[in-house]
Design a protein around this ligand. Structure first.
Ligand SMILES: NC(=O)c1ccc[n+]([C@@H]2O[C@H](COP(=O)([O-])OP(=O)(O)OC[C@H]3O[C@@H](n4cnc5c(N)ncnc54)[C@H](O)[C@@H]3O)[C@@H](O)[C@H]2O)c1
Ligand SMILES: [Zn+2]
Ligand SMILES: [Zn+2]
Length: 360
């Protein structure tokens, strides 16, 4: 099969012919139909997060089941699926207490002594997030996918695989936003726009979108933002505090910067909660004013929107088909696997919501 192979930090990927193994007892081989490019792929590509190379990036995808291992009963060849990097074992403490997105069990991977899932003529190719979607096929554990209805278009289904689930999930699961509350979202990429859409679905009364790119703020209104703040023109914290008479109930950081994580905390009203979704590079500290804890302000992280994706993703598909989830507006470009490097570069401009790679 063809795959975009990431061999060296910041060096353009080439499309190579690579080998994929046969499904083990609990594995599923998926023919990739669509894969979104998320900023998390960029964090590894540009080296701000360390990864084991060579690697196939990509983790926001949808496809069709090609082949299943002998113990897989959940799906069969021909089923349409969305993948998720929150691969769960189903029996560890995190899983049985309902925190599937925090499962760390190694048993869902192939062991060191086993044949790798994907390889070239010389060595194993690491699958990013146990998926590696920038490839014509994905060989994954059966707990890395969910079956979805076949009238869901594959390109929009792919977006649910990471950005949508992370954005909406951080609002409805991690932060548990109440109807009538005020929300601010810093960063209007695929994740931030999905958080805005999630806040609208959750019934937030006011949703303030913050970005530095004017076209993103216009787009944010389509997803349900009631107010917008251009952080390239004004002090976002002062503006949000003024707009909301002292700060928001819930803020979300959807970029991955120390400065904006600190802004998220500073724009809270007493009792408010900031949720940091963005991936801040390892080693960087976030500084807060200690006195704010007396006002019961809270800050927390969110991993993949604290999802239970086998339940959440089919619901998000229904939301889209009912017109409540604006996935058509989330796709800025449809590209081919060969255009992967241009697709990655476009992420750095801040101008696009999502590029989606389409496979035949
Ligand atoms: N926690 C998780 O489970 C999880 C899952 C997926 C993605 N992420 C992370 O979420 C973050 C966002 O991902 P994305 O794919 O939406 O990124 P993106 O690049 O598509 O969007 C980022 C947006 O932030 C804006 N921006 C940049 N600097 C800004 C600033 N100083 N102030 C205001 N706006 C600014 C950009 O214009 C752009 O619109 C990334 O760090 C990604 O790694 C985390
Ligand atoms: Zn992602
Ligand atoms: Zn587990």
């Amino acid at each position: 099969m063809k795959a975009a192979v990431f061999r060296e930090v910041n060096v353009p990927m080439e499309i190579e012919e690579v080998s994929v193994s046969k499904p083990g007892p609990r594995e599923v081989l998926i023919r990739t139909k669509a894969a979104g490019i998320c900023h998390s792929d960029m964090h590894f590509y540009n080296g701000s997060y360390p990864g084991q190379l060579p690697m196939i990036l990509g983790h926001e995808s949808a496809g069709v089941v090609e082949q299943v291992g002998r113990d897989v009963h959940y799906v069969k060849p021909g089923d349409h699926v969305i993948t998720c990097l929150s691969v769960f074992c189903g029996h560890c403490e995190q899983c049985v207490t309902g925190h599937l997105s925090l499962c760390q069990e190694p048993e869902v991977r192939r062991g060191d002594g086993e044949e790798p899932r994907v390889s070239d003529a010389k060595e194993a190719l690491n699958q990013f997030a146990q998926l590696g979607s920038f490839a014509e096929m994905m060989l994954v554990h059966e707990h890395a996918l969910v079956k979805v209805r076949e009238d869901m278009p594959m390109d929009r289904a792919a977006l649910i695989g990471c950005g949508v689930t992370t954005g909406i999930g951080s609002v409805i699961h991690t932060a548990d936003v109440e109807p009538g509350s005020t929300v601010a979202v810093i960063g209007c990429g695929g994740i931030g726009l999905s958080a805005i859409n999630g806040a609208a679905i959750a019934g937030a009364a006011r949703i303030v979108a913050i970005d530095m790119v004017a076209s993103k703020l216009e787009l944010a209104r389509k997803f349900g933002a009631t107010d917008v703040v251009d952080a390239s023109q004004t002090d976002a914290v002062a503006t949000v505090r003024e707009m909301t008479s002292g700060g928001v109930h819930y803020s979300f950081e959807a970029i991955g910067l120390k400065a904006t994580a600190e802004q998220a905390f500073r724009m809270l009203r007493p009792g408010g909660t900031a949720t940091v979704i963005g991936m801040i590079p390892p080693g960087q500290m976030v500084e807060l004013h200690g006195v704010d804890f007396l006002a019961e302000k809270k800050i927390q992280g969110s991993m993949m929107g604290s999802n239970r994706f086998r339940v959440d993703m089919p619901r998000f598909v229904d939301f889209y088909l009912q017109g409540r989830l604006h996935l058509d507006d989330l796709i800025s470009n449809r590209i081919r696997l060969e255009d992967i490097n241009e697709g990655m570069a476009a992420l750095n401009t801040g101008e696009i919501a999502r590029s989606v790679i389409m496979f035949d």
